[in-house]
Design a protein around this ligand. Structure first.
Ligand code: ADP
Length: 506
C-alpha cells in the first residue's frame, strides 16, 4: 500500500504530468481542425465535431470536424478534379512534392512527435522515431517515382508491344490510430509517387497529426491532391469504401473492418490493399544469445505499448532454456519505466483510450479465469500519478491453452503469451495455428536454422535476432488474414498503378 509520503509525491507527479501536457498541447495542437478538402479548411457538412482526448491525462485535446458521406463526396470530387487537371502528371512534380513533404516533416519533427504523444500516448522517443521514419519514407518514394515512359515488351506476336504504368485516379485511404503520422506517410507517399490523388480518413482516436501535416504542406500542395476527412469509421470511412469514383482503396486496421472494406470494394470491383491484424510468433532456440533473445522479445511486445500489428505476442521458447530465459524476461519487463510518455525515460505509455485499456485487461481476465499463470503484470500500474491515464502493466502469461481466445485474438496491448517447445514440427504447427500471418521473429545463432524456420513460418516478415526493424524500402504486409499487398517497398508502386498494354500492328 502506498504510504502518505508516496501518495504525496504521486500527487505532485500527477500535477506535473497534467501541466506538462497542457503546455505541450498549447504549442503543438494545430489551429486548423476542420476537414481539408480541395486545399481549403472547411466545417463538416453536418456542422458536427468530436473530441479527441489525451490518453495520459484524460483531458480533451481538441474538437475535430466529424465528416460524413456528404463530406466524402465533396472530397472525392475535389480529388477527381485534381487528377483530371493533371496536377500530378509530371514525375518531376511528384518527386518535388514528396521531397517537400519530407522537408516539412523534418523541420517540424519535434512538434509532430509531441503531437502524436498527446493524441496517442506513445513514448516520445518512439514518436521521434516515427517522425524520422515518416520523412525517410517520403524521400524513399521521391527517389523511385516511376516515369511515364512506354516500356517495350517481348511477345510471341509480330506487333510492337509496349506497356505503361498508369495511376488509378482517386485513392481512398483509411488509417489506424497506433502510428498516426507514420501510417499516413506509409499510405500517402506511394499513392502520390504513382500519380494518384487521395482522400485520407485518419482514425477518430488520433486525427491531429494528419491535420498538422496538411497545415505544414498546404502552401506547396496543389489543391485537391490530398484531402483529409476526419470522422468515425461508419460515418466517414464506410462511404469512402463504397464511393463509385474511388478507384483504389488502401486500409490498415482490424481484420473485421478489413473484410467489410473488401466486400464494399467488390461492389465496383475497386482494387484494394489491406494491412490487418497480427498475432505474431517469436521462436527462441536453445543456442540463442540470451541478451539478444530477451531484448528482442521486449521490443517485440512492448514497443509502442504493444499497439503494433507486427507485435510479437506469442513466444515459443525452447524447454532447455525456458526457466533462465523467462526469469530474465520477467526481470526486464518489470524494469521498463511506465510513466508520462512525454519524458525521454519512459518506455511504456498509456493505451490509446479507456476502451482499448479495458479490452486489453478483459483478455488478461479471461486468461486468468482459464487458469493461466500471470508471470508479471496483468493490471493497471499501482502508481497514483498515472491514475488518470489508460495505462496497463507489461504482462507475461504462461500455462494457457493455444486455442484460448486470448491467444488466438489480437490483444493489441502489452501482453505476451509463452509456450515452451521441444519438437520442431510441433512448434511450427502451433506457431502457424492462428488466422493471421503478418510478422514473426526467430532468435538463434545458427543462420541455417534461422532460414529454415523463416521459410516455415507463415508470415509476411521474419526478423532474425531482432524485432520490429523497419529499414526504408523493406516490403511489409500479411499472409493469410493479415492482409493483401505490401507497403513500404518498390512493389508498393504496383498497387497504386495499373498496367496498360499498347499493341501496335506494324
Ligand atoms: P480499431 O478497432 O483498432 O480501432 P478499426 O479497424 O476499427 O480498428 O479502425 C481502423 C480505421 O478504420 C479507423 O480509421 C476507423 O475509423 C476505420 N473504420 C472503422 N470502421 C469502419 C468501417 N465500417 N468502414 C470504413 N472504415 C472504418
Amino acid at each position: 500500500m502506498a504510504s502518505d509520503t508516496d501518495a504525496g509525491s504521486q500527487s505532485e507527479r500527477k500535477t506535473a504530468i497534467h501541466e506538462r501536457h497542457a503546455d505541450a498541447a498549447e504549442t503543438v495542437v494545430p489551429e486548423q481542425l476542420g476537414l481539408y478538402i480541395g486545399g481549403e479548411w472547411v466545417e463538416s457538412a453536418s456542422g458536427e465535431t468530436f473530441e479527441t482526448r489525451d490518453p495520459t491525462t484524460g483531458e480533451v485535446l481538441a474538437s475535430v470536424a466529424a465528416g460524413n458521406a456528404t463530406d466524402i463526396d465533396t472530397a472525392v470530387a475535389a480529388a477527381t478534379r485534381a487528377f483530371e487537371r493533371g496536377a500530378l502528371e509530371s514525375p518531376a512534380t511528384r518527386e518535388q512534392l514528396l521531397e517537400t513533404i519530407a522537408d516539412r516533416i523534418e523541420g517540424e519533427q519535434n512538434a509532430f512527435a509531441r503531437l502524436d504523444v498527446l493524441d496517442n500516448g506513445k513514448p516520445i522517443t518512439e514518436a521521434q522515431a516515427d517522425a524520422y521514419l515518416a520523412a525517410q519514407h517520403f524521400r524513399y518514394f521521391a527517389d523511385i517515382v516511376p516515369d511515364d515512359e512506354q516500356t517495350p515488351v517481348e511477345t510471341g506476336g509480330s506487333g510492337r508491344v509496349t506497356t505503361v504504368q498508369e495511376p488509378y485516379g482517386v485513392v481512398g485511404q483509411i488509417i489506424p490510430w497506433n502510428f498516426p503520422l507514420l501510417m499516413a506517410a506509409w499510405k500517402l507517399a506511394p499513392a502520390l509517387a504513382a500519380g494518384n490523388t487521395v482522400v485520407l480518413k485518419p482514425a477518430e482516436q488520433t486525427p491531429l497529426s494528419a491535420l498538422k501535416l496538411m497545415a505544414e504542406i498546404d502552401d506547396e500542395l496543389p489543391d485537391g491532391v490530398i484531402n483529409v476527412v476526419t470522422g468515425f469509421g461508419p460515418d466517414a470511412g464506410e462511404p469512402l469504401t463504397t464511393h463509385p469514383d474511388v478507384r483504389k482503396l488502401a486500409f490498415t486496421g482490424s481484420t473485421a473492418v478489413g473484410k467489410q472494406v473488401m466486400k464494399n470494394a467488390a461492389e465496383d470491383v475497386t482494387d484494394v490493399t489491406l494491412e490487418l491484424g497480427g498475432k505474431n510468433p517469436i521462436v527462441v532456440y536453445p543456442d540463442a544469445d540470451m541478451e539478444t533473445a530477451v531484448q528482442s522479445t521486449i521490443i517485440a511486445i512492448f514497443y509502442n505499448t504493444g499497439e503494433c500489428c507486427s507485435a510479437g505476442s506469442r513466444l515459443f521458447v525452447h524447454e532447455e532454456i525456458k526457466e533462465d530465459f523467462l526469469d530474465r524476461l520477467v526481470a526486464a519487463a518489470e524494469d521498463l519505466t511506465i510513466d508520462d510518455p512525454l519524458l525521454d525515460s519512459t518506455r511504456l505509455g498509456p493505451k490509446v483510450s479507456q476502451a482499448q485499456r479495458d479490452r486489453t485487461l478483459s483478455f488478461v481476465e479471461k486468461a486468468r479465469d482459464a487458469g493461466a499463470s500471470i508471470l508479471t503484470g496483468g493490471d493497471v500500474p499501482d502508481d497514483g500519478a498515472l491514475s488518470d491515464g489508460c495505462f496497463v502493466e507489461p504482462t507475461l502469461i504462461a500455462d494457457i491453452d493455444h486455442d484460448h481466445e486470448a491467444v488466438q485474438k489480437e490483444i493489441f496491448g502489452p501482453v505476451l503469451e509463452v509456450f515452451p517447445w521441444e519438437e520442431y514440427g510441433e512448434m511450427i504447427e502451433l506457431a502457424n495455428d492462428v488466422e493471421y500471418g503478418l510478422a514473426s521473429g526467430v532468435i538463434t545463432s545458427d543462420i541455417e536454422q534461422a532460414n529454415r524456420t523463416a521459410r516455415d513460418l507463415e508470415a509476411g516478415t521474419v526478423w532474425v535476432n531482432q524485432y520490429n526493424d523497419f529499414p526504408t524500402g523493406m516490403p511489409f504486409g500479411g499472409y493469410k488474414q493479415s492482409g493483401i499487398g505490401r507497403e513500404r517497398g518498390r512493389e508498393t508502386l504496383d498497387h497504386y498503378t495499373q498496367t496498360k498494354s499498347i499493341d501496335v500492328s506494324l
